[in-house]
Design a protein around this ligand. Structure first.
Ligand code: NAD
Ligand code: TYD
Length: 355
């Protein structure tokens, strides 16, 4: 079996769902259920014995050690993190605690468990750390995309905390020999994305007739990857990645934010036309820029393609259409997330399981 942390969040829940669709190997899912963790994402696994959910903190060493000894996973995949740049600007403390201290404690618990394994299991064990392209800092307009050897130049508290965690993971390999893999991925989008991030925020605000807040001139560039492609890349890295290596994962979809917002509006105009016949683009409002806003991220994903044969399956066009359609098809999920009622829902639905 495998142990994932943060498996009730956006990427983690997509990963758990995909994993159990593709194989019967059980998953222990450790998640603290912060505001970003939502068990409603995993409702289809409610009666599935292959999914074992535990509410807890990745920094709770005693709990993690108990889970490792009890379930004896062959791999740990670390998704758990505070993940929103704007929140990190308002309050960096949780980012330091979870992303740095939490990863450190997790690494220590995993190292103790891994050291105790018989030689064969020890050699086959993997610790996969899920990170971001934001650790590399910002790119000028014409600079080549980030490769795995780019220097780390994180600019936001979020990026700095992820960079620190990547360094810890690297050091646990070099110093202790822990068989680690690190992935640095570009911006994900798709189902179950919490509507504080650009794409889901634009979709849910547009549907509610609310302003679509574009920071500054909207010409900041990100690379976008459909979340299910990220999940398949992680599976591939886990299967065939070389311990100690890092792999950049991207969608080859560099786009300015304003173009993304236009595309979301145009798709909504097509799939869910406004009653008055107007365009959702009329809701776009330029607002004050994010402090220290990175201008451009871009990923060179040739290493994972060359060494592991992985490429994204979706183009931006196919992925964004699926995403907008998913939000149109799941108004209840959106409503529960927005009202915070998923917390009540979780205790009603799961009771003691999450206690
Ligand atoms: P998310 O915020 O949607 O989910 C994070 C999950 O971690 C939540 O379920 C939350 O409850 C859980 N969590 C938070 N603190 C915890 C703690 N102390 N102990 C246990 N669980 C805790 O984030 P996401 O977008 O799914 O991102 C997952 C990972 O991927 C993060 O490490 C993030 O840095 C990385 N990443 C995200 C993106 C992206 O575009 N979303 C891109 C590249 C990398
Ligand atoms: P976000 O989804 O927060 O991801 P990240 O900051 O990790 O890249 O933001 C993506 C881009 O969209 C980023 O350049 C900031 C911008 N943005 C807006 O213009 N308006 C918004 O309301 C949000 C949330 C983001």
């Amino acid at each position: 079996m495998i142990l994932v942390t943060g498996g009730a969040g956006f990427i983690g829940s997509n990963f758990v769902l995909d994993w159990l669709q593709a194989s019967d190997e059980p998953v222990v899912n450790l998640d603290k259920l912060t505001y970003a963790g939502n068990l409603e994402n995993l409702v289809t696994l409610q009666d599935d014995v292959r999914h074992h959910f535990v509410q807890g903190d990745l920094g709770d060493r005693a709990l993690v050690e108990r889970l490792l000894t009890e379930h004896r996973p062959r791999a740990v995949i670390n998704f758990a993190a505070e993940s929103h740049v704007d929140r990190s600007i308002h309050g960096p403390e949780d980012f330091i605690q979870t992303n740095i201290v939490g990863t450190f404690r997790l690494l220590e618990a995993v190292r103790a468990y891994w050291s105790s394994l018989p030689a064969g299991d020890k050699a086959n064990f993997r610790f996969l750390h899920v990170s971001t392209d934001e650790v590399y800092g910002t790119l000028s307009k014409d600079a080549p995309p980030f490769t795995e050897t780019n220097p780390y130049e994180p600019n936001s508290p979020y990026a700095a905390s992820k960079a620190a965690s990547d360094h810890l993971v690297r050091a646990w390999h070099h110093t202790y020999g822990l068989p680690v893999l690190t992935t640095n991925c570009s911006n994900n989008y798709g189902p179950y994305h919490f509507p504080e991030k650009l794409i889901p925020l634009m979709i849910v605000n547009a549907l509610a007739g609310m302003p679509l807040p574009v920071y500054g001139d909207g010409l900041q560039v990100r690379d976008w990857l459909y979340v299910k492609d990220h999940c398949s890349a992680i599976r591939r890295v886990l299967e065939a990645g070389q311990p100690g290596e890092t792999y950049n994962i991207g969608g080859w979809n560099e786009k300015p934010n304003i173009e993304i917002v236009h595309r979301v509006c145009d798709l909504l105009d097509e799939l869910h036309p406004k009653a008055d016949g107007g365009s959702y683009r009329a809701l776009i409002t330029h607002v004050q820029d994010r402090p220290g806003h990175d201008r451009r991220y871009a990923i060179d994903a040739r290493k994972i393609e060359r060494d592991l044969g992985w490429k994204p399956a979706e183009t931006f066009e196919t992925g964004i259409r699926k995403t907008v359609q998913w939000y149109l098809d799941h108004p209840q999920w959106v409503q529960h997330v927005q009202s915070g009622s998923y917390r009540d829902w979780v205790s009603k639905q799961y009771g003691a399981v999450v206690a």
